[in-house]
Each structure stands twice: as structure tokens, then as C-alpha cells.
Ligand binder design. Structure first.
Ligand code: SF4
Length: 534
């Protein structure tokens, strides 16, 4: 089966700390699916948390399933073999629950592909009593409507507690003989934070409130995560030190959906770190949160980590520092990777101010210089173009700012008005205008001539446009997603596989005008996700 398959390690079980449970002894069987490949899904903290919580339950078995790369999919289809879980190598249709983590909209077609390869009917309405219950959670569930045809129940918000309530509910009705599925779905719809599209009454009387974990410090955190055979994207111990963000940038969806801010204590973080080092053998820890530098006890944490782990050769990295918090983290245990990234988002202070992003140009220039002096070799700056109220002067300011920093590169993406963000009612610019802005930036770069070379990575505006439609859409999108999958769309967040023409044709064939979802809305208009209380 693995002959000629790229990276067979993606499909092999038996990694260190992987669950080893007897299939026949488990009362409830859950397939935890990630609609992207192994290296990405295995790096995702939410997967590790849910995997650990469910496998801690004696009578529950939880196994992992990732999207196969194209070569493996072709093999499976050619040989008539189903997509199976890693642990017990069981097809998806043999599980009681299939849970998807929806991290980005471009993975929607892979959800369909995994269900199809696992011999599960794609549409909820076509599933019967003998089919699994298909559940989805993650940031994309905050606008569930585009995927409502395919998902039986969405978990809105943090799943740590909800997943156990769901497991109990399905267990209690598992052996029901008549209308098992209907009763399970009814039961699920009564769990706080769970949305079952089949029972959606007419708005405005209806809303679903997100679930949150009140006490992050005592919430479950995995100290024995699975250690992969092959290198994954974040191949290290990851510890979530804080959930939520103290800032409220207006374009930001994450700060709203992970609101409010909650902390883990220094002692708890150290306890997790000790356990995870012992149980995995990793020598690197990454301290994770939306804005790690804002963790209020960082100095104490860095000092104690230094004290405890320096002699063991353990390094600590911070993946998400804000410009302002950078210089307070020069602790000796901090890893200096090749490049450090900052996200000013807009080139001018005027525009940045309207985003509620309170960083000055001076701070960006000074902190970048400090980073380069402290051992980082490069600085990467993230910007968006097409922001509400943006002018060409704001674009020129991106280049002016970058030209003041040595060893700098830029990453530039189109602005997408994400559901639940402060800009959710704003519009997204069309492809032509985005292209003009990109050309304008290029001309400003050219104008610097040979004096200066700045590498710029432009995110594909066509991919952003499709992502925006999928994130802002309603239930009519289901047919287009299905058609795109049928026409062969897979792994659409991968540049080499993204095919704009397929999406363009699918939208047209399904009578969908992308512009309808991307235009500025009246603040009083109900949006497709208005019934979700973030
Ligand atoms: S963009 Fe970053 S700093 Fe701003 S609110 Fe979002 S997570 Fe916080």
C-alpha cells in the first residue's frame, strides 16, 4: 500500500504516547479528524487536548485521522480501500462519532473528501441510524452555515467540557433501536454551545451561545502528547499559557472568539513543562497564546524556566510576541530562531490607529533593530491591504517603514472581514482593486532602485477571495463546496493545489454571486452568523 507514497510516516501508527486501546472493549468510539495532512494536524494543540480528554475516559476510544496527500488518496481509491484511523486502522464509518476540527475554510472540501473516503454519506440528511454522528468545532464553526449540510452538530467555542457531555449523550442512546439518530441529535441540541442545523428554528428567536472554560488553570492539558515519527510543523512541546487576548484589534476574529482573557499560573506552566519533557523527550518548549508577550508574569516565568531547565539544555520559544512586549523577553533560555515576525498590519500610524493596533513606527523600527542586535537574523513584517479607509499613502507607508529596517521581509495579505470581528460588516475589495494596490506597492519598491532590496511575499488574492466567501457565506454555499469537491478540489490552502477557476465555475453553476457576501453590510443587517453569540 505504501509503495511510491510520499512520506509513509504520515500513515503509520505506533508513535510514542499514541493511545493503545482495544477496539472491542470501548463503549464509545470517536474518530478525531483534521482536514489537512498529518504534519499540520499533529501540530494543532486542540487536537492534542481533545485526544487526551477522550482517551482518559475508560470506556471511550479516540483515534486520529488526517487528510491523505493526493498520492495516498489515489492509491486508496484505486485499491477500493477506505480511509482508516491511525491507531486501530478502522474506517470512519465504524466510529460512533466523527469529530472535525475546522481551523480554516479552505479545508472544507477535505472534510467532504475524508467522509467520502471513510464511506460515510456526505450530507447529514442522507445518514441513518447506522452512520456515525458527524460533529465539527474550531474557529470556522463560528459561522457554521456554509457547512451545515454536511455536519450533524457544531460545537461553538471551547470543547473541553462539551466533548464529555456529547460523549455521555451518545453513549446513553447508542443501543436505542428506533430513531436512534433523531434522538441523539435532539439530545445534542440541548447541550449548551451545540448547534444542530436540523433543529434550527427561524431566527430571530434563536441563538447559540459559545462555550468557554472558566478556569483555564485547572482545565485539562496534555503532558503526554504523541511524539511523531516524522518531522511536523511544530515539532516541540507546546504549552498554552493564556487564552484570549488583552487587545481588541478591530479586524481580529480570534480575540473575539477566545474572549475573555484567562491565564495559567506560572506554577502550573512549570508543572506541565516538567511532565511533558519527561514524557516526550523534547528539548524545546513553545509558550503559546494569541499574544504571548502580554502574559503578565512573563519575567517570573522566564526566570523560573531558566533556573529549572537551563542545565537540561531545554530551549523556550515564543511564537507570538507583540512589538511592544518584545524587549522584555531577552531571557537567556529564549530561542533565537532565524527570523522574528511582527504584525504592524498597516503601514501608517493613522490607519493602524483605526484598527485599534496601538504600535508606533518608532517602536517597530526600534524593536526590529533590537531583535537583529540580539541575534535574530531576519525580521518579517505582516501587513494587510484593502483595509477599511486605506489610501495609497497608507500603502506607501508600508514601504517607507520597511526601508527603515535592515534584513526585513514583508508578507502582505488581502484584508478579509471575518465573522464576529469588529469589522464583520465591512466589505472586501474586488480582485482588480487588490491587484492595483499590489502593483502600487511594487512600483514603490522599484522606485527605491538598487539602493535597497526587500523581499515581499504576496498572499494569493484569489485564494483570499474564496476564503472570504466561504467564511462569510450562508447555507447556500453547501452546494458549491460539494461541487468543488466533486470537480477535484483538494488541499485548497496549499498554493500548488489551489484552483481558483474551479471555485469560480462552482459559484456560477450554483447561482452564487461572491460579491453578495463580500459587500459592506448595514450594521443593522442580520449576517449569516448573527445567531451565534461569540
Ligand atoms: S491581532 Fe493579535 S494583538 Fe490584536 S487582538 Fe488579535 S490576537 Fe490580539
Amino acid at each position: 500500500m505504501m509503495d511510491g507514497v510520499l512520506k509513509p510516516g504520515r500513515y503509520i501508527n505506533g508513535e510514542w504516547n499514541a493511545a493503545r486501546k482495544e477496539w472491542d472493549y470501548a463503549l464509545l468510539k470517536v474518530a478525531l479528524c483534521f482536514p489537512d495532512i498529518y504534519e499540520i494536524g499533529m501540530s494543532h494543540l486542540g487536537m492534542k487536548i481533545i485526544y487526551g480528554i477522550l482517551n482518559n475516559e475508560k470506556d471511550v476510544l479516540c483515534e486520529r485521522v488526517f487528510t491523505p496527500w493526493n498520492d495516498m488518496e489515489q492509491k486508496l481509491r484505486a485499491m477500493g480501500e477506505p480511509l482508516v484511523s491511525l491507531e486501530n486502522r478502522k474506517p470512519l464509518r465504524e466510529f460512533d462519532i466523527i469529530g472535525f476540527s475546522l481551523q480554516y475554510e479552505m479545508g472544507y472540501v477535505d472534510v467532504l473528501n475524508m467522509l467520502d473516503l471513510g464511506n460515510v454519506p456526505l450530507r447529514s440528511k442522507d445518514r441513518g441510524d447506522s452512520d456515525p454522528i458527524v460533529i465539527a468545532g474550531g474557529p470556522c464553526a463560528f459561522n457554521p452555515e456554509p457547512m451545515a449540510d454536511f455536519i450533524d452538530a457544531f460545537v461553538i467555542g471551547e470543547a473541553e467540557d462539551a466533548i464529555l457531555e456529547i460523549a455521555e449523550m451518545v453513549k446513553s442512546l447508542k443501543f436505542k433501536v428506533i430513531d436512534k439518530r433523531g434522538d441523539i441529535l435532539k439530545g445534542l441540541s440541548k447541550i449548551e454551545g451545540v448547534y444542530v442545523p436540523a433543529f434550527r428554528p427561524n431566527p430571530p428567536a434563536f441563538s447559540v451561545k459559545k462555550r468557554i472554560i472558566k478556569d483555564l488553570n485547572n482545565a485539562y492539558f496534555p503532558t503526554s502528547p504523541v511524539v511523531p515519527h516524522i518531522q511536523i510543523v511544530h515539532d516541540r512541546i507546546v504549552i498554552e499559557i493564556m487564552r484570549g487576548c488583552p487587545h481588541q484589534c478591530r479586524f481580529c476574529q480570534a480575540c473575539r472568539i477566545f474572549y475573555p482573557l484567562r491565564l495559567r499560573s506560572v506554577d502550573k506552566i512549570l508543572e506541565i513543562a516538567e511532565g511533558a519533557i519527561k514524557n516526550t523527550g523534547y528539548d524545546e518548549i513553545s509558550l503559546l497564546s494569541l499574544s504571548t508577550g502580554d502574559y503578565p508574569h512573563m519575567e517570573e516565568l522566564s526566570n523560573k524556566m531558566e533556573e529549572r531547565f537551563k542545565d537540561k539544555g531545554i530551549k523556550v520559544s515564543f511564537p507570538s510576541l507583540r512589538v511592544k512586549s518584545f524587549d522584555s523577553h531577552k531571557g537567556k533560555v529564549v530561542m533565537k530562531r532565524a527570523g522574528l515576525t511582527f504584525a504592524p498590519e498597516a503601514g501608517s500610524e493613522r490607519l493602524r490607529h483605526t484598527l485599534n493596533k496601538k504600535i508606533t513606527n518608532e517602536e517597530i523600527v526600534n524593536q526590529s533593530a533590537l531583535a537583529l542586535r540580539s541575534g535574530w537574523r531576519k525580521v518579517k513584517l505582516y501587513f494587510m491591504i484593502g483595509l477599511p479607509g486605506e489610501t495609497d499613502e497608507d500603502l506607501a507607508a508600508i514601504i517607507d517603514l520597511a526601508s527603515r529596517i535592515k534584513n526585513v521581509s514583508l508578507s502582505i495579505s488581502p484584508f478579509i472581514p471575518k465573522p464576529h470581528s469588529g469589522f464583520e460588516s465591512e466589505g472586501m475589495l474586488g480582485l482588480e482593486e487588490l491587484e492595483r494596490k499590489k502593483e502600487y506597492l511594487r512600483s514603490r519598491l522599484r522606485a527605491m532602485g538598487s539602493r535597497r532590496y526587500i523581499k515581499v511575499d504576496y498572499h494569493d488574492a484569489r485564494m483570499s477571495r474564496v476564503e472570504a466567501v466561504l467564511s462569510r457565506g450562508d447555507s447556500k454555499l453547501g452546494d458549491a463546496i460539494y461541487l468543488a469537491w466533486k470537480k477535484g478540489a483538494r488541499l485548497q490552502s496549499w498554493k500548488d493545489y489551489f484552483d481558483y477557476n474551479v471555485w469560480d465555475r462552482c459559484f456560477e453553476e450554483c447561482g452564487i454571486q461572491p460579491g453578495d457576501y463580500l459587500k459592506k453590510a448595514d450594521k443593522r443587517d442580520a449576517l449569516p452568523w448573527s445567531f451565534i453569540e461569540a
